[in-house]
Design a protein around this ligand. Sequence first.
Ligand code: HEM
Length: 319
Amino acid sequence: MRAAAAKNLVRLLILVEVVVGLAGPGAAALSMDYYGMSCPFAEMVVMSVVNQAVMDDPTLAAGLLRLHFHDCFVQGCDASVLIDSTPGNTAEKDALANKSLRGYEVIDRIKQILEMQCPGVVSCADILALAARDAVNMAGGPYYGVPVGRRDGTRSNAADTIALPAPTLNATTLIQMFGSHGFTTQDMVALSGGHTLGVAHCASFKNRLATETTTLDASLASSLSSTCGAGGDGATATFDRTSNWFDGVYFRELQRRRGLLTSDQTLFESPETQRMVNMFAMNQAYFFFAFQQGMLKMGQLDLKEGTLGEVRTSCRLVN
Ligand code: HEM
């Protein structure tokens, strides 16, 4: 009798965990309502800080989206990109590929408020995923549900950023690289559409000016040459004409050979991906749909389980 009651209690507890999303520290599965009881206003706090930050500086939407991507592709979505270097360790954020990442202060502000409201509850990795979603939405892009419950990692090493794609990659290599993380070719092309926001430095695209004359629009080539000639590697150019606005213009620019990076223009030049570029250029709603699908997958890369993860008190420091 007692044993049966105990069994029923266990069943009930499991059900509550699954339904309410109160999965404990060992759980890797994410849920939409993970903080429903423990920090009910978490999503609202993230959204209001991001909205304010992007209103004050519209270019920050790009920075926040890229932070989440660079987090997830290196050791999974565990906020390892936010950890500061120490005397004995050069962290990911100080690797060359991450030098131009932006938006750290926005994440710090969110974390500070959440630590006051519900200490030790909301992970920095979840804050990054939510902030990226809100930034995209603030810039006119889609709003999509972000399942939460990620745990923060304890390792951040500059050498690991080798996992990030280089701007000189061609479509075949990008398909392979993204494919190794479980992304389809369509996911990869849609996620590259993240370049509808933001800028790149000359160091990232100057290779094209001399070598890719047939796939780079002549007037863009000449304006980029003068930008880089005057400002050097530190000068910037926008990925598309509407760089603070999340839209399909990026893909339409690729059709006109006005992509900025080799890895952008290759998507139109390669028969493996051209069809998708054309589709997204023609149908923005379809791009938004595919982008959301890609972000959902990206946000669940290599999640930390149990003792492998923690909820950091400061996003910059391991507990
Ligand atoms: C497909 C492979 C990708 C490559 C090779 C790549 C490479 C780059 C490079 C080189 C920059 C400019 C860095 C600089 O010069 O300062 C950049 C910027 C950016 N990337 Fe990517 N990226 C890729 C995919 C993605 C994805 C999947 C996203 C998000 C979904 C993304 C979001 C961004 C954003 C928003 C910026 C602008 C950042 C800013 O203005 O601060 N990228 N990317």
